[in-house]
Design a protein around this ligand. Structure first.
Ligand SMILES: CC(C)(COP(=O)(O)OP(=O)(O)OC[C@H]1O[C@@H](n2cnc3c(N)ncnc32)[C@H](O)[C@@H]1OP(=O)(O)O)[C@@H](O)C(=O)NCCC(=O)NCCS
Length: 371
């Protein structure tokens, strides 16, 4: 057996027709379309449809798809009861994990032909799940998760704010969902594919993916980035604080990437939104502090921000509570995860790599009475 590659970095672990990450100029493409081409010219559901169903929808197909998602926002009564039982101080990612697993017992997958409908159901229901639990526990109100809001971003924001969001906020969240929708063999998608490859059900794959995304080295980085930014009330304090953290070899969340080496193409786009939204809020602290952290990371470590860094400030300006940042990632990445589950099933082989053994050489077993 050959030597292990730490973190499987650079190892080609399978084939995909869904996405390329970090090719020429550190680009990102979904089914051949570059992220820069899609953002500003499409809504999230168009891109979710492209990922899950394989091609861009036309106007009529998109309207049909959005209408279908609207019809699927109702929480089953049994799921509402479970959501009420989840503790108030639970992390919303755990709410999604439990909600997803429980839905799998109420609306089980009996055959792979159901996979597209389950993907659509989860995409429609994830904002309902998390906001029903959040409003019940944090604001003491039982909300109706049905709404006529057009699109996942509008649905989520209306359930959160209990009113229509400002147009700029709506557009920013919708576009951020496109940025978060897919990223090839990242940790949560790979977990979903490994789970799928055992021929288990769709919900099991999604539950694996949500649990994997929760960690701060993956999706949880946007929440950790916000916590860092909020430590400082001026760019100068941020610079000094960061130098201290770097001197202590601390990892700064929202920086670096396993694949991109020069830049994360999603970062400039979300940074633009953070700047615009900061101006809308007349912010004089969060955005300047974020830029000071970015500049310090560049000058001290030659590192660039990834999508999670400026999405923190952008979501903060959208008045979204920090613990809901990573769930938004789920509302988007369900598109990529679903596409990968479908692709894995299409040409399945169990994923079972080998390991480089580092334990003791073969030795004699000693019975318990003689130990
Ligand atoms: C994304 C990440 C996991 C990629 O990991 P990776 O490619 O395996 O990079 P490594 O962990 O091998 O790091 C290489 C070096 O850069 C340093 N480094 C990497 N990311 C860093 C960060 N965010 N802050 C400070 N130093 C960092 C490492 O400490 C390491 O230094 P060393 O060689 O002196 O030990 C890593 O950059 C990270 O932990 N970033 C913060 C979490 C984050 O933002 N995640 C979201 C990703 S989209």
């Amino acid at each position: 057996m050959s030597e292990a590659v730490a973190g499987l970095k650079g190892v080609v672990a399978g084939q995909t027709a869904i996405c390329t990450v970090g090719r020429e100029g550190n680009s990102l493409h979904y089914r051949g379309y570059s992220i820069e081409d899609m953002v500003g010219r499409a809504c999230f559901e168009e891109i979710a449809y492209l990922l899950i169903y394989g091609e861009l929808p036309n106007q009529a197909t998109l309207a049909q798809y959005q209408n279908k998602l609207k019809q699927l926002r109702t929480l089953p009564t049994e799921l509402k009861a479970v959501l009420k039982l989840i503790p108030e101080n639970a992390h919303p990612m755990d709410v999604l994990k439990v909600g997803c697993a429980f839905l799998g017992t109420l609306e089980p997958e009996h055959s792979p032909e159901q996979q597209w409908d389950i993907a659509d159901r989860l995409m429609a229901l994830f904002p309902s799940m998390v906001m029903y639990w959040y409003q019940w526990h944090h604001l003491g109100r039982e909300i109706d998760t049905n709404s006529d809001a057009n699109g996942v971003a509008a649905h989520f924001l209306e359930l959160l704010l209990q009113k229509k969001p400002e147009p700029m906020v709506l557009e920013a969240v919708d576009q951020s969902l496109i940025l978060y929708a897919e990223h090839e063999f990242n940790a949560s998608t790979f977990a979903a594919r490994v789970t799928t490859a055992t021929l288990t059900d769709f919900y099991s794959a999604m539950t694996s993916a949500i649990g994997t995304l929760r960690g701060p080295l993956h999706g949880g980085a946007n929440e950790a980035a916000m916590a860092l930014i909020e430590c400082y009330d001026s760019p100068e304090k941020a610079r000094v604080g960061l130098l201290d953290k770097l001197a202590h070899k601390e990892k700064i969340m929202g920086f670096g990437h396993a694949v991109y080496k020069i830049r994360d193409p999603r970062s400039d786009i979300i940074k633009g939104w953070a700047k615009k939204l900061g101006a809308l809020r007349q912010d004089t602290v969060i955005y300047p502090v974020s830029e000071a952290i970015e500049q310090t990371m560049r000058s001290e470590k030659n590192m660039f921000p990834n999508l999670d860094f400026y999405s923190a400030a952008a979501y903060h300006f959208c008045q979204i509570p920090t613990p809901l940042f990573t769930p938004i990632f789920v509302f988007a990445r369900i598109a990529g995860w679903s596409a990968h589950v479908i692709e894995q099933r299409h040409n399945n082989k169990i994923i079972r790599p080998g390991a480089e053994y580092t334990g003791p050489a073969p030795r004699n077993f000693v019975a318990i009475a003689d130990r």
